[in-house]
Design a protein around this ligand. Structure first.
Ligand SMILES: O=C(O)c1cc(C(=O)O)c2c(n1)C(=O)C(=O)c1cc(C(=O)O)[nH]c1-2
Ligand SMILES: [Ca+2]
Length: 686
């Protein structure tokens, strides 16, 4: 393991990086400050993988998407499930120590673009830091599960959410937020670990009046940011986006925080910022700020003037690569963001070193010498539409990438999924989602036939890519039948582990991609594995639980047989012989709930209203992947009054389904019902 010459830690700072790569404990989201997700442990290796068995399993208190990276410290494991529920377990036995439920008002669920997920916690000196979906940041006693402090980090009158893991650096805890699909202004905040007091905040896009905020970002927004935006357009009312919803890393030698900035809001740049052609800093950028003050140091914008939800929030990994003079080590930043390019930057200066696309893409002809994308003509259709690869789900989403510093290989949980972009001529105030694109574009009113469905399914795939960042080329890659597979763990014994949507945990040879081991965990996997050691035994831990953006929004790819399952933590070690219990799923009864009704105009209205308001959670074409109810089989779709009670009057608010009275008239709601019932009579019904 190459280690950077670390600057001495500041007084009172317990350096996680000083422990080298993740060893016996897994103390922070990415394993160490450099976030390589590379375990130093070697007991589990290529020769004994076949002896890997289930040591214990634990059933979480909620289902939907499970994206947690378990933290393992002092013999305990801290894993989160959906709705930001925190589970403390004995890491050796799986015995529950305590559960902390922040008690979220489920109505906040509709503000979550991409499911009510949580990616994990941070820990320091016996205190856990938890981001809560409703915007809170909380400090929890690691021994007792009791809350020490709680702060609200967002303006609750706006559709902010927190899904990402906080990071602790010295005496500060860092947290961002999400919400750019619905319309917010992004920022990163640092809070005092002891008191929960705000220390600094960095806004990633200008103040709507281009005035100072009294924040760490004031100087650089005035100097660089403001001039890249016009004075009018939706960004001035809707926030402009640039949410810091996932990657935040501490570059210890340079004492800086490097974070990934999300897409612009609304996505459609012509509606967002009609009077400028500016780059819209700092959307879709990697930004470095001083760790103590939050003051700007450098930035690299991956997608100038983003128009496609091409976030740069994906995993940021720090490493030394032999890219200095005469092959000497050079400390670099690596990222494979949604836009499909793998970037290598100088960590100290942010200078672009190299970049190349890791999946096929058609929005550029490549990068220029500074790493700026050279856009193709179809990238920004003025009217009409174009099918672009990647689409808004990205060539790589939040699923963590890993890096093996012995092999100098990054392992990207990539995906290949094109999507049509059809810009709206005007912003539509009657949707919660605020993208400026027509989600109904290309979708038929009538249910699609099985052959078309099959072709659509076949067009989307996943890929695990071992990427050589020096050559900027794949070393090996494995094609997977679906997108949105799990995050990755690399180990010093030359293994790579990744879970799949179908629920298989797979072990590969890191050098050549040969599959060495596979086990079905009986539940879809998105979360990344971690490894740790207790009493001389190495453990491999992973959470199962299907959901997140892809599952909600691309439901038609799946054919769930049962209702949603609870999340689980499943832990392996050599020689263990445990079993994974079957889930007690309730079978889905696929039956239309009413006779077809509605004339063509009503059905068309239903298609448009459904696609703009319901689709991102209940699935396109009214086909759910089973995370949220499939409306085609819901008894509500057979009962006009009950349907209106839910959609307009909000009678299921407690369960998270709020009233859409602001977005939809009762006539719209009934048109949606007609459209949903029609879908129930399609070939999917058995
Ligand atoms: O722009 C944002 O603020 C924002 C937030 C989040 C989030 O917090 O989960 C996601 C996205 N965007 C997003 O574009 C996306 O594809 C996505 C996938 C997921 C997920 O957890 O599956 N979250 C998010
Ligand atoms: Ca987004």
């Amino acid at each position: 393991q190459q280690k950077p010459a670390a600057a001495p830690a500041a007084a009172g700072e317990d350096s996680l990086a000083a422990q080298g790569s993740a060893g016996a404990e897994w103390l922070s989201y990415g394993g160490t400050y450099d976030e390589q997700r590379h375990s130093r442990l070697t007991q589990i290796n290529k020769d004994n993988l076949d002896q890997l068995g289930v040591a214990w399993t634990y059933e979480m208190r909620s289902g939907r998407g499970i994206e947690t990276t378990p933290i393992v410290a002092d013999g305990a494991m801290y894993a989160t499930s959906s709705w930001s529920i925190l589970h403390a377990l004995d890491a050796k036995t799986g015995k529950e120590l305590w559960v902390y439920d922040p008690g979220v008002d489920k109505a906040v669920g509709v503000d979550a673009c991409c499911d009510v997920v949580n990616r994990g916690v941070a820990i320091k000196d016996g205190v856990i830091f938890l981001g809560v979906i409703d915007g809170r940041l909380e400090a929890i006693d690691a021994k007792t599960g009791k809350r020490i402090w709680s702060v609200q980090t967002v303006d609750r009158s706006k559709p902010y959410t927190v899904t990402g893991a906080p990071r602790v650096v010295g005496d500060k805890v860092l947290i961002g937020n999400g919400g750019a699909e619905l319309g917010v202004r992004g920022y990163l905040s640092a809070y005092d670990v002891k008191t929960g007091k705000l220390v600094w905040r960095f806004y990633t896009v200008p103040n709507p009046k281009m005035q100072p905020d009294g924040a760490a970002s004031d100087e650089v927004l005035a100097r660089l940011g403001n001039a890249t935006w016009g004075k009018t357009g939706r960004w001035t009312t809707d926030g402009g986006g640039g949410t810091v919803w996932d990657s935040i890393v501490y570059d210890e030698p340079n004492r800086q925080i490097i974070f990934g900035v999300g897409n612009a809001s609304p996505w459609n740049a012509a509606l967002r910022d009609p009077t400028s052609k500016g780059d819209n800093l700092f959307v879709s950028s990697i930004v470095a700020v001083d760790a103590d003050t939050g003051k700007y140091k450098w930035h690299f914008q991956t997608t100038p003037r983003d128009n496609w939800d091409y976030t740069a929030t994906q995993t940021i990994i720090l490493a030394n690569l032999p890219l200095g003079e005469n092959g000497t080590p050079r400390r670099v930043v690596m990222q494979a963001p949604k836009n499909g390019f793998f970037y290598v930057l100088d960590a100290k200066t942010g200078q672009f070193i190299s970049g190349n696309n890791f999946v096929p893409q058609n929005w550029t002809t490549g990068l220029d010498a500074n790493g700026r994308p050279l856009e193709t003509a179809e990238a920004r259709p003025a009217n009409g539409s174009s099918v672009l690869m990647p689409g808004p789900q990205g060539a790589h989403n939040w699923h963590p990438m890993a890096f093996n510093p012995d092999l100098n290989l990054a392992f990207i949980p990539a995906q290949e999924l094109p999507q049509g972009y059809a810009p709206k001529a005007e912003a539509d105030p009657h949707t919660k989602w605020n993208t400026g694109f027509k989600f109904e574009d290309g979708l038929p009113v009538d249910p699609v036939d099985p052959a078309t469905m099959k072709a659509m399914r076949a067009a989307f795939k996943g890929r695990l890519i071992a990427w050589d960042p020096i050559k900027q080329a794949p070393r090996w890659s494995v094609e997977l039948p679906t997108p949105s597979n799990g995050g990755v763990l690399s180990t010093a014994s030359g293994l790579v582990f990744q879970g799949t949507v179908a629920g298989d945990l797979v072990g590969y040879d890191a050098a050549n991609g040969k599959e060495l081991w596979r086990r079905n965990l009986k539940g879809g996997i998105m979360a990344p594995p971690v490894s740790y050691e207790i009493d001389g035994e190495q453990y491999l831990a992973i959470a199962s639980g299907w959901g997140g953006a892809y599952a909600l929004a691309a439901g038609f790819l799946f054919d769930p047989a049962v209702q949603p399952l609870n999340g689980r933590v499943i832990v392996f070690k050599l020689g263990a012989k445990g079993e994974i219990p079957d889930h007690q799923g309730v079978p889905i009864d696929r039956k239309p709930q009413a006779a077809k009704f509605g004339d063509p105009a009503m059905l068309q209205r239903g298609l448009v209203a459904y696609s703009r308001n319901c689709m991102v959670c209940h699935g396109p074409m009214a086909i759910s992947s089973g995370v949220l109810p499939d409306l085609r089989w819901s008894p509500l779709s057979g009962d006009a009054d009950a349907w209106r009670d839910v959609v307009i009057d909000g009678s299921r608010r407690e369960a998270g389904m709020v009233s859409f009275a602001k977005q939809l008239s009762p006539e719209d709601a009934e048109a949606i019902r007609a459209y949903v019932v029609l879908q129930a009579h399609g070939p999917a019904a058995k």
